[in-house]
Design a protein around this ligand. Structure first.
Ligand code: AKB
Length: 325
C-alpha cells in the first residue's frame, strides 16, 4: 500500500474534549477550509465555527455521514464521536448503538467512497482485570468488563477486519485519560483528573470520585494530538498494527495529582468519595507498555506530571482571571 494523500479531513465529535482541539490543530496544518468539523447536538464554540466549515452529523445514520463526505469531497476521517466509560455503564444499550453503529457506518462510507485514511481512537478500557495491571504489552488478553471497553475491543477488531478484507487504511491508538484546559471531558472515568484542576482554581477544594491511591495512565492534550496526527501522517509501511497502538504519557495516583496541584495552590484540599466509577478504574491498568508504537512510528510523549500540572494551572488561571472558567 503506497498511501493516498489526505486533503479534505472530516472530524466527527469535533465539539468534544479531544475533537475541539484536534480540529484546530488540523486546521493550522491543512488549512481551515480543508477540515470539516462535525458535531451531533452541541453547538460549536465561536473559535470552531469561525475557523472552517461546521456540520451536524448523526454517526448512527449512515446517510448523514455520506452527505458530508460527498458535499466536501472528504478523503480522511478522524472519527471521535463516542460515548465514554461512565455513561457507558449507565446507558449500555445507547453506548453500543452510538459506538458500534457509528464506527461501522464510518468504515462503510470510507470503503465505498475509497477514502484515503480513517483514524479511530480506542482506549485503555480494552484491558480488563485479566490483563497485567502494570505495563500491559501491545498484544495481551482483552476481556473488558465495561460496555465502553467491549465496544473498543469490538471496534479494534472491526478496524483490523476492514484493513485485511478491504485494504482500508484505518489506524488507531488506545488513548489513556486525556487532561486538557479547553473543553472539559464528559462521561469518562478519568474525568476527575481534569475536574480537579477546575475546582482547585475556582473553589480550592474538590471531592474526587476515585480513591486517593488509584493510579491510571494519563496524557496531556498536546501529546494526545501529537500521537493522533503523527500516526495518521506515518508512512503506511510503518504501520504494522491495525488494532490500536498502546501509547503512554504518564501515570500517577489521584493523591499524587492533588499533591502536585498543592505546590501551586497551597490552600487546595482534596477529599475522596469513591462511587461506581471506582470499579471501572480498578479494572484498568495503572500504566501502559508503548514500546511497539515507539519502534514502529516513533511515538514519544513530551509531558510528565510536573510539566502538565504547571501548564494546566497557568492556562486555567488565565481563563479564570478573564472570567471564562
Ligand atoms: C474514559 O474515562 O472513559 C476515557 C478513556 C480512558 O477512554 N477517558
Amino acid at each position: 500500500m503506497t498511501g493516498k494523500i489526505m486533503k479534505k479531513i472530516l472530524v466527527t465529535g469535533a465539539t468534544g474534549q479531544i475533537g475541539s482541539e484536534l480540529t484546530m490543530e488540523l486546521r493550522k496544518k491543512y488549512g481551515g477550509d480543508n477540515v470539516i468539523a462535525a458535531g451531533h447536538r452541541r453547538k460549536p464554540s465561536e473559535k470552531l465555527a469561525n475557523s472552517g466549515p461546521f456540520e451536524y452529523i448523526d454517526t448512527s445514520n449512515r446517510e448523514s455521514i455520506e452527505h458530508v463526505v460527498k458535499k466536501y469531497d472528504v478523503d480522511t476521517v478522524y472519527h471521535l464521536a463516542a460515548v465514554l466509560s461512565a455513561v457507558g455503564e449507565e446507558k449500555p444499550q445507547v453506548t453500543w448503538k452510538v459506538n458500534m453503529n457509528g464506527l461501522h457506518n464510518v468504515l462503510e462510507v470510507a470503503r465505498e467512497h475509497e477514502l484515503a485514511r480513517v483514524f479511530w481512537p480506542s482506549s485503555i478500557a480494552v484491558f480488563g482485570p485479566k490483563a497485567p495491571r502494570a505495563h500491559p504489552p501491545q498484544d495481551t488478553v482483552l476481556i473488558p468488563e465495561t460496555m465502553y471497553g467491549v465496544t473498543k475491543v469490538a471496534g479494534e477488531l472491526l478496524c483490523n477486519y476492514y484493513f485485511l478484507r478491504f485494504g482500508l487504511d484505518v489506524r488507531g491508538v488506545r488513548y489513556p485519560g486525556i487532561i486538557s484546559s479547553e473543553t472539559p471531558p464528559g462521561g469518562g472515568t478519568t474525568d476527575y483528573a481534569v475536574k480537579i484542576f477546575y475546582e482547585a482554581i475556582k473553589r480550592k477544594q474538590y471531592t474526587c470520585f476515585v480513591r486517593e491511591d488509584t493510579i491510571l495512565p494519563m496524557m496531556y492534550m498536546p501529546d494526545c494530538i501529537k500521537a493522533s496526527i503523527d500516526l495518521m501522517e506515518a508512512d503506511p509501511s510503518e504501520i504494522k498494527c491495525r488494532m490500536s497502538y498502546n501509547v503512554a504519557g504518564m501515570s500517577f495516583s489521584a493523591g499524587e495529582l492533588a499533591a502536585e496541584i498543592k505546590k501551586y495552590i497551597p490552600e487546595f484540599e482534596c477529599q475522596y468519595l469513591p462511587d461506581f466509577r471506582q470499579k471501572i478504574a480498578d479494572s484498568w491498568p495503572m500504566s501502559i507498555d508503548d514500546c511497539v508504537a515507539r519502534e514502529e512510528w516513533g511515538w514519544e510523549p513530551t509531558y510528565d506530571l510536573a510539566a502538565m500540572t504547571k501548564d494546566m494551572i497557568e492556562k486555567l488561571t488565565k481563563r479564570f482571571t478573564k472570567g471564562d472558567l
